[in-house]
Design a binder for this molecule. Structure first.
Ligand SMILES: Nc1ncnc2c1ncn2[C@@H]1O[C@H](COP(=O)(O)OP(=O)(O)O)[C@@H](O)[C@H]1O
Ligand SMILES: [Mg+2]
Length: 511
């Protein structure tokens, strides 16, 4: 049930009960008083009737009796009056037949005159007036109550309308809000408590609205940030993958480049050897060719003289001596060439094949120096070898030749850069099984900062000037891996550089 209906019902019922209760109470009191008054009146009337009728009855003046009784009969409270004689004969009857005799009081009045009983007057009183009065009062009351209730209901309804309407409005708004519609235009219609309530309600709704909007925009921003982060992560992942692939490729390229460089560095020391040998061999072959063409000239001349029969003994003797000399020159130079080719063959085969064999260290170093001699030829540098002739080792000559070639070239390029007369000492000693090779130049030396890095691949102080930085790293690898030995470097700026290499495999030492 709605609040409005509840209030109206309770007010109407209360009013009805109160008003009707009061009416009933009033009517009840009225009835009691009226009945009491009626009884008093009846008593008086009784006496008056008896007083008035005794004389005419006694005188048998029935006309007067009738007139007298008719006078009383006007009383509205009297329904009927009857006179009954002693003998039981009823003389006078007055009756208002239109009045019902339900609520009546019957009185029998003995008429006694001078101690003689003359008869009985029977008066029937009616309470009709009272009940009529009560009925009328009740009707009036009912009408009043009805009017009051109508008015009350009307006033209440209008009041309640004024109260309930704004409440209903607020309910509608709150329903809208609960459904999520926060944009309904709410009007403040009154400036009473409801107006204030509505205003506060609007404020509340607006604050909810702005909070929701804030949360929504924050959510949106967060979602945007999240998706941006996700995007970023994805692109980052892709980038990382791409970069990783790039790096891997670059690393592979680098590795193969390094391998190639190392190979080419190895080849370049071989190439250096070839160049050296080619240069060396040029002289004996050149001399041999000159001598041979000289010999051919001699032979041609000899044949011509022979054909002309002009050969004398002294000419023949002269010719033979010259030919012998030339042949000797050719022979010795050819031998030189053969020796050179042999040593070149040895070193070249050693360098490229890495075969382990027995060899004499001194001899081998000499052969190496022979092939690098062309590089040093135009300088005034001096190379001293201190090594027992018979010191024999079983090792890898190719590796040793590569090591020496590199050390010699470094001394020439780095150590003696700007120095005309440098000295290189190669001192080989041995323990029972290990050869100790000290390679020493008195060149520029290496700074403390660089000395820890010289064995690193690609470390060079001559980058862009032909340095690859691989020479000493190859030396280090050959010593420690192929020869299974050790190498250390000591150097001081201005005092030169010393490499100490120990190589196992000594077979015959002289000490
Ligand atoms: N005998 C030496 N005297 C002075 N510096 C040297 C000597 N040997 C090597 N170095 C230094 O060590 C570096 C590395 O040598 P190396 O590995 O052979 O590379 P590269 O000769 O290509 O520069 C050289 O650049 C040089 O600075
Ligand atoms: Mg070098």
């Amino acid at each position: 049930m709605k609040l409005k209906t509840k209030i109206i019902y309770s007010v109407v019922f209360t009013t009805i009960f109160t008003l009707f209760g009061r009416e009933a109470w009033v009517l009840y009191n009225y009835k009691i008083t009226a009945e009491k008054e009626l009884l008093d009146k009846i008593e008086k009337t009784d006496k008056m009737i008896v007083g008035a009728v005794s004389n005419p009855i006694y005188n048998l003046d029935y006309e007067l009796l009738n007139e007298t009784l008719e006078l009383f009969f006007y009383d509205p409270d009297i329904k009927s009056i009857r006179f009954v004689e002693n003998q039981g004969i009823t003389d006078t009857i007055l009756d208002k037949n239109y009045i019902s005799d339900i609520d009546t009081i019957t009185k029998e009045l003995k008429v006694i005159y001078r101690d003689v009983e003359l008869g009985t007057i029977i008066v029937v009183y009616t309470k009709n007036t009272i009940s009529e009065q009560i009925k009328t009062s009740f009707k009036e009351g009912a009408i009043t109550v009805t009017i009051v209730i109508f008015l009350l209901v009307a006033i209440l309804a209008s009041l309640l309308y004024q109260i309930v309407k704004p409440i209903n409005d607020l309910i509608k708004i709150s329903v809208d809000i609960s459904k999520g519609d926060l944009n309904e235009d709410i009007k403040i219609k009154t400036n009473d408590e409801f107006g204030i309530l509505t205003a506060n309600f609007i404020k509340m709704r607006d604050s909810i609205k702005s909070q929701i909007e804030q949360i929504q925009s924050e959510n949106l921003q967060r979602r945007e940030a999240e998706s941006r982060l996700l995007e970023l992560n994805n692109s980052l992942e892709i980038k990382v993958k791409d970069r990783t692939i790039e790096l891997e490729t670059a690393f592979d390229d680098l590795k193969s480049a390094q391998k190639q460089l190392i190979e080419s560095e190895k080849m370049s020391s071989l190439g250096m050897l070839v160049a050296g040998v080619a240069h060396e061999i040029n002289t004996p072959i050149g001399i041999g060719v000159t001598a041979a063409s000289h010999l051919k000239d001699e032979i041609d001349r000899f044949r011509k003289s022979f054909n002309e029969n002009k050969i004398t003994k002294s000419y023949l003797d002269n010719y033979l001596t010259t030919s012998e000399e030339i042949a000797e020159i050719i022979l010795s130079n050819m031998n030189k060439g053969r020796a050179l080719i042999q040593s070149f063959k040895n070193i070249a085969v050693d360098q490229s094949s890495e075969i382990k064999r027995q060899f004499k260290i001194r001899e081998y170093i000499d052969e190496i120096l022979l092939s690098t001699r062309s590089k040093f030829k135009r300088t005034k540098h001096k190379i001293n070898i201190y090594c027992e002739n018979e010191l024999t080792i079983e090792s890898y000559p190719g590796a040793i030749s590569q090591i020496f070639t590199n050390l010699l070239m470094n001394s020439l390029i780095h150590g003696f850069d700007g120095i005309d007369e440098g000295i290189i000492d190669i001192i080989v000693t041995s323990t029972k099984s290990v050869a100790i090779i000290k390679y020493k130049d008195n060149g520029l030396g290496i700074s403390k900062l660089d000395i820890d890095k010289i064995f690193n691949p690609f470390f060079t102080t001559k980058r862009g000037l032909g340095g690859s930085g691989l020479g000493l790293s190859i030396v280090y690898n050959l010593v420690t891996t192929t020869l299974e030995g050790e190498i250390i470097c000591e150097s001081e700026i201005g005092l030169g550089t010393t490499f100490t290499i120990s190589v196992p495999g000594i077979i015959q030492s002289t000490s």
